[in-house]
Write a protein of this length. Structure first.
Length: 553
């Protein structure tokens, strides 16, 4: 299995991440307490084995390696810049809090959730595939910073590597005979269009960026890295079938399942189509490839399903997801991508694009039927498939550009990339700055309150309801299935201010900015602890609190 240096490093990182979550998950399943540094040793070994198993192509690919490294580094830098200076999660919504709840639980117990009674505390997170949450807790232990401080960096790295894999896939499937570049090595001729594939990911920003900068679909976003790595392994296998490629598919597949298993279906369908239709291989070899690629994934899925079959019901649920539209994707993106899918169908080298798009569409249709029959007014998981389809569509769009360039014998490839970069930069610069609902001062105040006060007796004088929700559940550890948690007024900033102007409310509160509180409140409370602008305050006079002991401690 010959790869470039960029692919070799990226595949090794994918193996590291997948092995870390698989080792931690296995330790928990056999009844052991998760040991972060034992897991680290296993993950490093897996990464080293992957690195040694992949063979570098050679010095002729150095331009490609530089482009790969530049893409990954530039995206990491941009995403870290978005989260500066604290590098804590950005975006909002309840999903952020729910993910951080599971990270907190793992860090406190170094076990996953097994007690059925904790369903009232954790909600659906009790049965959630815990890959990302294990990684965040493990990385927090390795760096001695905590999962809250590592989870965003993991997401940022996954997005950057995902873009690198898209570049690598495009370099492998785009045509070699680009007429405009006769005399130039094929990699150099393909490179501008492979870069264009990465740039086109920014056209449907709702699906590529806002999924985590706004909506906090963190596990889904990290799982996309593993799904794209699975596709890359299929493309490598299609060029030259090998056990190493199918094993890489399986490693990435295990990572995808443990992180967010919804992406597994289309990639397994693509594996079946691409392997099953290889007429130049014996039936035995094709069966071996399918077992090597799909067997480990099926094994992990079977182990996880034990006692959790009720979680399958999520396929019929509703939830907030943006409906796909021309405006959301971008009209020019859809035109280029659609033409590219048609072109891809004419060449075996590019047919993985067609198989993957078709498999995603098939799973979306199946999920849509299940959801509508269950009465869901918004078929949540069916709509989520739009987040995955942008990756083969971006490569298809690059294929369209390369095909046009070859037909017209044009030398304007670099100009096309520059024009795309300008369009992407304009749209990205004009993106609203992600709101921040998580901060270090609030976290410190919440941790102090959890250690020193009855968490159910703490109110929230913060500017954002998502911040209050995060403090209530993920930081203080209150249960989700309580009357107070279900009451929207608990987290409403205006209602909280009214409660603290009136007498006889909860005795304590966390504020994100004490100096910004109304004077009537500032002058009628005592500051118990201060953490920069944030703090814990206590009501003067009478107060009431019915402490709820059903919380994760």
């Amino acid at each position: 299995m010959n790869v470039t240096a960029g692919e070799r490093i990226a595949a090794s990182i994918v193996s590291f991440l997948a092995a870390a979550m698989a080792a931690a998950y296995a330790m928990d399943r056999i009844g052991l307490t998760i040991a972060p540094f034992v897991v680290l040793a296993v993950a490093v070994t897996a990464a080293a084995a992957t690195f040694n198993a992949l063979h570098p192509i050679g010095p002729s690919e150095r331009g490609e390696e530089f482009a790969f490294a530049t893409i990954v580094a530039a995206l990491v830098a941009y995403l870290q810049w978005l989260a500066r200076p604290a590098l804590l999660p950005i975006g909002g919504g309840p999903d952020l809090t729910h993910h951080l709840m599971l990270v907190d639980y793992i860090e406190r117990h170094w076990r996953l959730v097994h007690d059925p009674a904790l369903g009232a505390v954790m909600g659906e997170m009790a049965d959630y595939t815990p890959g990302l949450h294990l990684l965040a807790a493990l990385a927090g232990a390795w760096t001695r910073t905590g999962g809250l401080h590592t989870i965003y960096s993991i997401v940022a790295l996954s997005v950057a590597l995902k873009a690198g894999f898209i570049f690598a896939i495009a370099m492998r499937v785009l045509p070699d005979d680009l007429s405009y570049a006769r005399g130039a090595p094929p990699p150099l001729a393909r490179m501008p269009f492979a870069v264009a594939a990465v740039l086109m990911l920014f056209a449907p920003r709702e699906y590529f960026l806002r999924s985590f900068t706004e909506h906090s679909f963190l596990a889904q976003v990290v799982a996309e890295l593993f799904a794209v790595a699975m596709w890359w392994a299929l493309v490598v296998w299609d060029e030259r079938p090998s056990i190493a490629a199918t094993v890489m598919f399986a490693i990435a597949g295990v990572g995808a399942f443990l992180t967010w298993p919804v992406w597994i279906g289309p990639l397994l369908l693509a594996l079946g189509a691409m392997v099953g239709l290889r007429t130049d291989m014996s039936a035995r070899d094709r069966l071996t490839a399918m077992i090597a690629g799909g067997g480990p994934i099926a094994l992990v899925a079977s182990v996880h399903a034990i006692g959790r079959l009720r979680a399958v019901g999520i396929a019929g649920t509703t939830g907030y997801v943006v409906w796909p539209s021309v405006e959301v994707f971008g009209g020019w993106f859809l035109v280029l991508a659609s033409a590219g899918v048609v072109v891809a169908a004419t060449d075996r080298r590019t047919r993985s694009i067609v198989w993957l798009v078709a498999a995603i569409a098939l799973q979306a249709a199946a999920l849509f039927v299940v959801a509508t029959r269950s009465g869901a007014d918004r078929p949540y998981l069916a709509l989520k498939m739009a987040y995955l389809v942008i990756y083969p569509l971006a490569v298809a769009g690059a294929l369209t550009l390369a095909t046009v360039a070859r037909a017209l014998r044009t030398r304007l490839a670099s100009a096309v990339v520059v024009a795309l970069a300008v369009v992407v930069a304009h749209g990205t610069i004009n993106e609203p700055r992600p709101k921040r609902v998580v901060s270090e001062p609030m976290s410190l105040a919440g941790q102090w309150a959890r250690a020193n006060l009855p968490p159910a007796c703490v109110d929230y004088l913060v500017r954002d309801d998502d911040s209050a929700y995060w403090l209530h559940l993920a930081v203080l550890g209150n249960a989700r299935q309580t009357d107070r948690t279900r009451d929207p007024a608990t987290f409403d900033p205006k209602q909280a201010l009214i409660r603290w102007i009136q007498p006889a409310g909860l005795p304590f509160a966390i504020t994100d900015d004490f100096d910004a509180l109304p004077k009537d409140i500032r002058t009628s409370v005592d500051v118990v602890q201060r953490f920069g602008p944030a703090g814990v305050i206590k009501r003067r006079g009478s107060s009431t609190c019915m402490e709820d002991h059903r919380r994760a401690r």
